[in-house]
Design a protein. Structure first.
Ligand code: NAD
Length: 509
């Protein structure tokens, strides 16, 4: 358990002070230094990558600007690629124990800065404090996990073969220079899931965090600087789509690991195609929660609420489609409505808050658009369906019942606190409904019969399934989906393999 280090950082005033005094704005972290991002000359050539370059960071609770910063241009990408290339030979060849030492140092330093990172996350993302603690805590666990994993690995392993007189050996080499691109919903953890295995494998990286939640991500630059990570191993580029495009199409980048929306994921895939880069994509979801006839209704409702209203539904694995057995639908929806309507909506810094605002006005408009579609489709609204009249980006937690599978809300990722539901009468129908999606990231099954639930888990298309459990993601478990939820796996040993290439050596026995 991570101890609280500094209670004042967990207030809006404290987090604002951290943002003002400790986050380096108008700068990119390149080659171990903060490089100032200059304001563009007013008469500069208007290239694709030149823009007004004043970028505001908002407090989603109030809609007010917390800070203004500048974003990188493609020149910074060139400088960062050069730095990562120069650092590569040394970093990829140092002993794994050294790389493990740096990973543990990142974890320890994050732990020291725990409250500041949590505070910045609440301030910039709007999530409640307890959820921000999970984001930062899981990130710390991830750096430690990969430090341990590589410490336990031998350089060579013997591959058993049927041939006599020959020996086959296997080793792993780092994939090269990586472009890591992350979204805003869990800034620390989505970064750690990429950065920790990339560093563990011996890769050097360009990291482009989401331009929406730069405050906690830029603090990471301070941490890397403080622990003395060799220059150029990690380069952090605050930037938007243009910088992401420049990174993912750069001829000297060997691997792209992207987490974000499908719309952008498709672009990233084609940008990376030109120089045949290795690619990992963690994309969207429309995951199912199946509640069987024998489920404990109260526990099921807690899992449903956790699965869709955590982080105001802005989770890739949000179980946003509820599939409930017909026989328990009536009491379940009564309990679910009551529990949902008693959720405390408000400021993430308020200890009582259970659901905060959406991250941005764009996200607010996206969710509002789905409320309008639900009205046009005449969906039955059990609760919610409204934008909350407040300064910040708040919507009410929303549940629609008897939603047809042809509805846009059944098929598309809303990325907000919006649950659609339907009923089933036998397990085969539940499985068919759960698999009725172009996405296949995660799922939850609630049942008193563990054997039946495990049987169902075999047939549901998803990369991660919880049975009677909340959405805990252990560092040991691979993370990623089937179908259009992405390509590849993060976390676990698969997450390390994503940054390695195997190499075989054959010799006489
Ligand atoms: P987004 O796709 O809008 O942006 C993601 C990142 O891509 C940002 O850093 C953005 O600046 C960058 N980007 C934008 N255009 C680019 C381009 N042309 N080339 C390269 N990079 C570009 O996503 P978002 O709104 O930040 O995040 C929400 C989405 O992320 C949801 O769809 C969610 O399901 C998904 N997500 C998936 C997972 C997972 O593990 N599968 C985890 C978290 C979020």
């Amino acid at each position: 358990m991570v101890e609280l280090m500094n209670a004042t950082s967990l207030t809006r005033e404290g987090a604002t002070q951290t943002a003002q005094n400790e986050v380096v704005l108008n700068a990119a972290y390149i080659n171990g230094d903060w490089i100032e991002i200059e304001a563009p000359a007013t008469d500069s050539d208007n290239t694709d990558f030149d823009h007004t370059n004043n970028h505001a960071l908002y407090d989603p609770n109030s809609g007010e600007v917390i800070a203004t910063t500048r974003l990188c241009t493609n020149n910074h990408v060139e400088t960062a690629v050069k730095a990562a290339s120069e650092a590569y030979d040394s970093w990829s060849q140092i002993d794994v124990s050294e790389r493990a030492r740096y990973l543990n140092a990142i974890a320890a330093s994050m732990e020291q800065q725990f409250d500041k990172l949590v505070g910045l996350s609440v301030l910039n993302n709007g999530k409640p404090i307890e959820e921000a603690k999970i984001d930062v805590g899981d990130a710390i666990a991830c750096y430690r996990y990969y430090a341990n994993l590589i410490s336990d690995q031998d350089t060579w392993s013997e591959v058993s073969t049927l041939e006599s007189g020959l020996r086959l050996l296997k080793t792993y080499a780092p994939v090269g220079i990586c472009a890591l691109i992350t979204p805003w919903n869990f800034p620390m953890v989505t970064t750690a899931w990429k950065l920790a295995p990339a560093l563990a494998a011996g890769c050097t990286v360009l990291l482009k965090p989401s331009e929406v939640t730069l405050l906690p991500e830029l603090m990471l630059g301070n941490i890397l600087s403080k622990i003395g990570l060799p220059k150029g191993v990690v380069n952090i580029l605050p930037g938007a789509a243009e910088v992401g495009a420049a990174m993912t199409s750069h001829p000297h980048i060997d691997k792209v690991s992207f987490t974000g929306s499908n719309v952008v994921g498709e672009k990233v895939m084609s940008q990376a195609a030109t120089s045949v880069k290795d690619i990992s994509l963690e994309l969207g979801g429309k995951s199912a929660i199946v509640v069987c006839a024998d489920a404990d209704i109260d526990h099921a409702c807690d899992l449903i609420i956790g699965g869709i209203f955590t982080n105001a539904g802005q989770i890739c694995s949000a179980t946003s489609r509820l599939i409930v057995h017909q026989s328990i639908a009536e009491p379940l929806f009564a309990t679910l409505k009551a529990k949902t309507e008693s959720l405390q909506i408000g400021d993430g810094f308020d200890a009582d808050t259970q659901m905060g605002p959406l991250v941005s006005v764009q996200q607010l408009n996206q969710v509002k658009n789905y409320f309008d579609i639900a009205t046009i489709e005449q969906l039955t609204c059990l609760t919610g369906g409204e934008v909350i009249d407040a300064a910040g980006y708040f919507v009410s937690p929303t549940i629609y019942t008897e939603v047809p599978t042809t509805s846009q809300l059944w098929m598309e990722e809303v990325f907000g606190p919006v649950l659609v539901s339907t009923t089933f009468t036998d397990n085969a129908e539940a499985i068919r409904l759960a698999n009725d999606s172009k996405f296949a990231l995660a799922a939850t099954i609630v049942s008193a019969d563990e054997a039946a639930a495990l049987e169902m888990a075999l047939q549901i298309q998803a990369g991660h399934i919880w049975i009677n459990e909340q959405q805990i993601v252990l560092p040991e478990a691979g993370w990623g989906g089937f179908k259009q939820s992405g390509i590849g796996r993060e976390l676990g040993s698969d997450g390390l393999s994503a940054y390695q290439k195997s190499k075989h050596v054959l010799l006489t026995d």
